[in-house]
Design a protein around this ligand. Sequence first.
Ligand SMILES: C[S@@+](CC[C@H](N)C(=O)[O-])C[C@H]1O[C@@H](n2cnc3c(N)ncnc32)[C@H](O)[C@@H]1O
Length: 254
Amino acid sequence: MTAVQVGTLYGISVGPGDPELITLKGLRILNQVPVVAFPTGIRGKPGMAQQIVEKWLGGEQVQLPLTFPYVQDFVLLAQAWQVAAEQVWHYLHRGQDVAFVCEGDVSFYSTFTYLAEMLQQLHPECIVQTIPGVCSPMAAASALGMPLTVRDQCLVVLPALYVVAELETILDWADVVVLMKVSSVYEQVWQVLERRQLLNRARVVERATLPEQVIYENVCDRPTLNLPYFSLLIIKVTEKEPGTGDEGKLNLGS
Ligand SMILES: C[S@@+](CC[C@H](N)C(=O)[O-])C[C@H]1O[C@@H](n2cnc3c(N)ncnc32)[C@H](O)[C@@H]1O
């Protein structure tokens, strides 16, 4: 009797919201796999990645929701990754490929990384492949109709701001700063930006590329904003006109 070839776990980047922003390769693999996994949404609603791929899924494909709690506790998270890894392994070890669909890009602050690491730890024979895609800062820049960076500008991405003082340090040297998960710290960030006269250089994009997308071209008159989780803030600390060599560094005195 020949041993069953273990299936492949694909991490497919499905882009920031617009279903057409999945890559051709991602879509081809998504159409081929028998099992499609995704993070469960909150309050019974489908999660973002699931919503994005809904129109691409075939009725015969198994849909596998995986639960990842929104907590910082490493023990709870590790337990969830382990449970999810075994749910995926259930199909892989029978030779079935599984696609885990990931909002934005799969290598950019994605739960997929932890799932794949756990799976490889528990079942070293498993095969993992990722398909890159469009991440949210790129999508937000496109929505704003501007380049994210030009020439020699230094870009800093802050995945989440737990200590607002970190932002102060970064604003001293970065040209462009992207704040992910800004919704929970927006008011503190606004205070920093006001002090540093950067309010007119800060743009917020909610739900980039989705029909519900909202853009704030600056935040001068918005000390508070009720932002959804899927929002980010881009600070152009220095504004350079592409190709002009205009340095435009602001006076950052406090
Ligand atoms: C855990 S990270 C996931 C990032 C994702 N893998 C990516 O490539 O963009 C979640 C954060 O990404 C940002 N984000 C993701 N999609 C977004 C969108 N469509 N519009 C605005 N921000 C988004 C938000 O800041 C959100 O809090």
